[in-house]
Write a protein that binds this ligand. Structure first.
Ligand code: 4AD
Ligand code: MG
Length: 464
């Protein structure tokens, strides 16, 4: 007899074989002729295992009433071909052990559908629902695909630091890390703070990106990628922003911008294909219950080349569209999600890579174009999400880089190790960052980024 997970029982369990299944009860139904049916789920797949419990099973009378939604049980029994629709086999119990009860008067997940907002308030229990189980499995698959995409291509996985003293994106949106007594600090002027007394001897923060460190390795050991948590203290309450999110950042020496675009495009397509191949049942669920258009969007991504459009042209298109947008736009202004979604969902109707953005919009490290106005930036835009990837060719010329740093209010001396890469054996190089949660949004069709990370952190919210 084997203890098996529901996914393998449903897929390959042999009729007449004996198995033990354990998990949480989704529902119980009692028939009038001395049977109970339990829908058992253990999170290994979307489907439940149907368990048939005969009243003759030892202890039936004493336990069956407590086998309620949310309780945990262990069942030993024999698999039988299922006469019912929707499953190949069902489990006929020989013994039933109630492991943990769940008081029906208190257990918050009852049979009826719950709103996403309600489920966010019980983020510790929401993985027991179909939707959040499916999101967890797809997210897991995406992480696996990310690693396998890069590992297959010989990229080195680099663990960049979480605590840092540099501001990669230069936006000043960083969470400070300090051991100074904040209640004491509150009574002082900022210039009275002696950072020498702080843990690191100078102001430190949670990282907004592992890119700068990845550049040091890319220009030493070659193609590499970081993949880890990233933090942004930006006060944006949108369905696309988190204060803590996961980002994968590849960095490649000798890549110029078009090479970077090729890789980004291949990367997204490879993740989508992997999920379609390995998470078929969960994807069917998303297509039926969450977003009817999700499959079509993913097919477009897999089958069409991404459009490549300079920023300047994109602004022209938006201006000439005659559409009313909430945020007006002119050359030099940042594209908002509404503009990005207009371009990819309505105008081009396929993924778009915008490139050559105004230098004033982008961080110091992007390579300057000869026009003096734009930098070799690229943003990949997809339907339903907007920007999913941001990246660039990096400035490899020391003098231009130092000038750009000064322009951006950074002191090159503070970034001496970063500028050293241009001092010793500099090479053209490029990279990009993909937000993991934006990828999960794209692939599942879920509407809010708070629902594709287990425990979302947003302004005012850090429960669990
Ligand atoms: O465009 P971003 O800020 O680029 C960087 O951080 C570069 N250092 C990447 C690189 O070139 N190595 O962020 C990259 C991606 C975005 O396209 C988006 O998918 C995601 O990270 N992202 C966020 N996801 C969720 N919440 C936020 N607040 C995000 N900010 C960025
Ligand atoms: Mg960006």
């Amino acid at each position: 007899m084997v203890v098996a997970r529901v996914v393998s029982i449903l897929r390959e369990g042999e009729p007449e074989s004996k198995v033990t299944a354990r998990g949480w009860v989704r529902t119980r139904r009692d028939s009038r002729n001395g049977f109970s049916f339990i829908e058992l789920n253990d999170g290994s797949c979307l489907k439940n295992l149907q368990v048939v419990v005969d009243a003759a099973v030892p202890g039936y009378e004493q336990t069956i009433r407590q086998v309620t939604t949310g309780s945990s049980v262990s069942v030993v029994g024999v698999l039988k071909e299922s006469p019912g629709k929707g499953q190949r086999v069902e489990l006929h119990a020989e013994s039933l052990e109630l492991i943990g009860t769940a008081d029906p008067a208190e257990y918050p997940l009852q049979k009826k559908g719950h709103s996403m907002e309600f489920l966010r308030d019980i983020a510790h229990l929401r993985p027991r629902t179909n939707t959040f189980g499916a999101v967890a499995r797809v997210r897991n698959q995406i992480c696996w695909s990310i690693h396998s995409f890069f590992q297959k291509r010989g990229f080195l996985y680099l663990n960049s630091p979480i605590i840092t003293t540099s501001d990669c994106e230069g936006a000043g949106e960083m969470f400070q890390v300090t051991t100074l007594d904040l209640s004491m600090l509150a009574q002082r002027q900022i210039d009275q703070i002696n950072w020498k007394h702080d843990f690191f001897g100078k102001p430190a923060s949670l990282t907004v990106s592992g890119q700068l460190e990845a550049e040091t390795y890319a220009t030493s050991v070659g193609d590499c990628y970081t993949f880890g948590p990233t933090f942004r203290a930006e006060n944006s309450n949108t369905s696309r922003h988190l204060a803590e999110f996961w980002m994968v950042e590849p960095e490649m020496p000798f890549y110029e911008l078009p090479d970077n675009m090729d890789l980004a495009e291949e990367f997204i397509r490879s993740i989508v294909n992997d999920v379609l191949e390995h998470c078929g049942e969960d994807m069917e669920f998303f297509a039926q219950r969450i977003d009817k258009g999700v499959m079509e969007r993913l097919e477009t991504i897999c089958s069409r080349e991404f459009m490549r459009v300079p920023y300047t042209e994109a602004v022209e298109i938006i201006l000439q569209s005659g559409r009313e947008f909430e945020y007006p736009i002119e050359w030099g202004s940042d594209l908002q999600t509404e503009h990005e979604r207009f371009l990819t969902e309505e105008h081009f109707r396929q993924p778009v890579i915008l490139y050559d953005y105004p230098r004033t919009l982008k961080p110091f490290y992007m390579r300057c174009n000869d026009d003096g106005r734009t930098v070799r930036a690229m943003d990949v835009l997809v339907a339903g999400v907007g920007e999913i990837i941001g990246g660039s060719q990096r400035e490899e010329r020391l003098d231009v880089l130092e000038q750009r740093m000064q322009e951006c209010g950074l002191d090159p001396a503070e970034y001496w190790w970063y500028t050293d890469l241009r001092r010793y054996g500099t090479v053209p190089h490029s990279g990009f960052g993909l937000g993991l949660e934006r990828a999960v949004l794209l692939i599942t069709g879920m509407a809010n980024i708070r629902d594709v990370i287990p425990f979302p952190r947003t302004p005012g919210h850090a429960e669990f």
